[in-house]
Write a protein that binds this ligand. Structure first.
Ligand SMILES: *Cc1c(COP(=O)(O)O)cnc(C)c1O
Length: 338
């Protein structure tokens, strides 16, 4: 049994570079990207901008750094971002925009699908009054913990707040999962936004990196922010090559991850009394508290790794898990609950 391959369901960040990706790294022409001389980085930035329908792109070391650089461009100290109370920038980026940028975050309650309502967002925009921070940015997310947001609703939100002078950013760490699930071009998902961030090291399977896209002027300023954050990299074409490889080879196949998640949710749905919810490549289960640790141990004995969250455990499918791995996971869950 210990010979079996580990099925790691903790996150879609755990994927390893494929043979083809290593090949792309070895063959990538590189140069000093701080001088703008890395051909492969330049190619990735152009390709990502084209994919998302924006003028320009910027390759950064992580999605967190890309969100931070974008927020530092859009907001001065004492200015404010409106965002969902479960969104990554608010809960999972170590408060970077506030700690490093002096930016205020105003979290808003999200609905069951992870979205925000127009009236709610408009009501949160502060009046021009010396007591208040200046509301500058609306930051949205797609997907939100796997849940696909409707681009028409994002369009309506963006139009409404832009009329009030705000800029609109999309944390699209998993924007390609949203586009594949909706069966539309990614540029339609990105269209309402002034700036869009796409992560390369989630479901797309690159080891490192994210791309930030927007107008040429926005990207010019974001490039300076990246340098200020210590994120200017040199022969980073070896990393950008993985991103290019991922965009060429790993987008369509996200549909397999979604299908595997559906299969997993269907299998787990047969377990009595276990709440199960699935969206794109994520499945959430809520076992009783007493089961959390024993379940994790039992799964590990079957070479299946699941998250440590509580009370709800997140299971994420990705390109290193195939249908056979999903069957093994379902069987191991069933053998625990039997
Ligand atoms: C993972 C994630 C990020 C940050 O990605 P890192 O590569 O870990 O910095 C940002 N936003 C969302 C929605 C994410 O899921």
């Amino acid at each position: 049994m210990s010979e079996e391959q580990l099925v790691d369901l903790r996150s879609d960040t755990v994927t390893r570079p494929s043979e083809g990706m290593y090949q792309a790294m070895r063959e990538a022409p590189v140069g000093d990207d701080v001088y703008g001389e890395d051909e492969t980085v330049n190619r990735l930035e152009v390709a990502a901008a084209a994919l998302l329908g924006k003028q320009a792109g910027l390759f950064l070391s992580s999605a967190t750094q890309a969100n931070l650089a974008a927020m530092l461009v859009h907001n001065a100290r004492g200015e404010e971002i409106l965002l969902g109370d479960c969104y990554h920038i608010f809960v999972s980026e170590a408060g970077g925009v506030s700690a490093l940028g002096g930016i205020v975050m105003h979290p808003l309650a999200t609905d069951d699908n992870g979205g925000l309502a127009c009236e709610q967002v408009l009501a949160a925009i502060k009046e021009d009054d010396p007591h208040h921070p200046i509301t500058r940015t609306l930051a949205l997310e797609n997907t939100v913990s796997g849940r696909v947001q409707n681009p028409a609703q994002h369009r309506a939100l963006a139009d409404a707040v832009r009329a009030q002078g705000l800029v609109v950013h999309l944390d699209g760490a998993r924007i390609m999962n949203a586009a594949v699930a909706l069966d539309i071009d990614a540029c339609e998902v990105a269209q309402p936004f002034d700036s869009v961030m796409m992560c390369l090291s989630k479901g797309l399977g690159a080891p490192v990196g994210a791309v930030l896209c927007g107008s040429s002027e926005f990207i010019r300023r974001a490039r300076r922010q990246r340098k200020q954050l210590g994120g200017g990299m040199r022969q980073s074409g070896v990393l950008a090559a993985c991103g290019l490889y991922a965009l060429e080879n790993n987008v369509e196949r996200l549909a397999e991850d979604h299908e595997n998640a559906r299969q997993l949710a269907a299998g787990l749905g047969e377990i009595d009394g276990l709440p199960v919810r699935q969206a794109t490549n994520m499945v959430f289960i809520e076992p009783e508290a007493k089961d959390l640790e024993p379940l994790r141990q039992h799964m590990l004995e079957h070479r299946i790794e699941i998250g440590r969250q509580s009370p709800r455990i997140r299971l994420v499918t990705h390109l290193d898990i195939d249908a056979a791995g999903i069957d093994r996971a379902i069987n191991a869950f069933h053998s625990y609950f039997r």
